[in-house]
Design a protein around this ligand. Structure first.
Ligand SMILES: NC(=O)c1ccc[n+]([C@@H]2O[C@H](COP(=O)([O-])OP(=O)(O)OC[C@H]3O[C@@H](n4cnc5c(N)ncnc54)[C@H](OP(=O)(O)O)[C@@H]3O)[C@@H](O)[C@H]2O)c1
Ligand SMILES: Nc1nc2c(c(=O)[nH]1)N[C@@H](CNc1ccc(C(=O)N[C@@H](CCC(=O)O)C(=O)O)cc1)CN2
Length: 239
């Protein structure tokens, strides 16, 4: 089997769109899911290896890594997509919120990158082209976010991991992040919220998952971009 791309949290939304895209290109994938959405069955039928993983404990992360290593001896890339957009207003236990945010956005990628570097190196040695790690961060790593303080801090930690791992693994593995602002709304977002949010960027649109697919394809195709954050934010910084 060709070396697969691992995508975490790919049972819905952006991760799912990425998974479908890679399958359509004939690129093998391994995805993780926490909830078994119907889409996971579809991905499996199309040849994806789908691994249940709950990263909310060290044991969950370790057991995922063990299962992954039974599935493959090499990886083309890892896309760290799994995430939870929790906020202080709905999580009064700030201590748990902070721990959970740091765990899903920083500790999980940190442990997976350390444990899976050898799988990425195996791809690089065989293909004579660098492997990739891609972190999905957020526009708010630059600005902070008063409504999502712990979320923003944990995504900033992930942004920092991009820098350390890129230096550690060069030139065999490129490590970059994609830093989106609004890409897709959630189903429950009402019209007033949507209108207010759209006005925050220069481009004023909900761009959809294709924008992330394009960004990740660009990073995968590059032989020279590493240790960088690619902003996908509609020019939000200028408004
Ligand atoms: N959507 C946007 O507009 C936007 C904007 C900026 C940045 N981003 C970033 O882009 C990425 C994808 O966004 P998205 O909206 O598609 O993500 P999402 O749907 O909110 O989350 C992706 C998946 O992560 C999984 N997950 C959460 N906590 C987990 C845990 N403890 N263990 C295992 N899996 C867990 C979820 O599983 P369940 O299905 O079980 O809940 C979910 O399916 C995220 O990193 C996000 O922060 C997105
Ligand atoms: N894992 C995960 N991560 C995510 C999302 C998700 O789904 N899942 N959703 C993303 C949604 N992105 C944005 C970006 C900007 C704004 C925004 O700018 N809102 C206005 C208006 C909000 C208000 O006033 O209530 C503000 O001022 O904050 C809202 C969502 C963020 N990260």
């Amino acid at each position: 089997m060709t070396s697969p791309i691992l995508i975490t949290g790919a049972g819905q939304r952006i991760g799912l769109a990425l998974a479908k895209h890679f399958l359509s290109q004939g690129q093998a994938i391994i995805i993780t899911y926490r909830t078994r959405h119907d889409a996971v069955d579809d991905l499996e039928q199309q040849g994806a290896v789908c691994i249940h993983a709950d990263f909310s404990s060290d044991a969950g992360i370790a057991s995922f890594i063990e299962t992954l290593k039974q599935q493959t001896h090499s990886l083309r890339a890892i896309v760290h997509n799994a995430s939870s957009w929790d906020c202080e207003a709905s999580n009064p236990d700030f201590s748990s919120l902070f721990d959970n945010m740091m765990r899903i956005h920083a500790k999980t990628p940190y442990l997976i990158n350390n444990a899976c570097a050898q799988l990425l190196m195996a791809y690089q040695a065989d293909a004579c082209t660098p492997a990739d790690i891609i972190h999905l961060t957020d526009y708010v790593v630059e600005t902070g976010s008063p409504k999502h303080i712990a979320y923003a801090a944990s995504k900033a930690a992930l942004d920092n991991l991009t820098k350390s791992f890129s230096a550690k693994y060069a030139p065999n593995i490129k490590v970059n992040s994609v830093a989106p602002s609004l890409i897709i709304f959630n189903q429950h977002d009402d019209e007033a919220y949507r209108a207010k949010t759209l006005k925050k960027s220069l481009m004023g649109i909900e761009p959809g998952c294709q924008e992330i697919i394009n960004s990740i394809d660009l990073l995968l195709r590059s032989h020279y971009i590493t240790g960088r954050a690619l902003p996908v934010d509609g020019g939000r910084h200028l408004k």
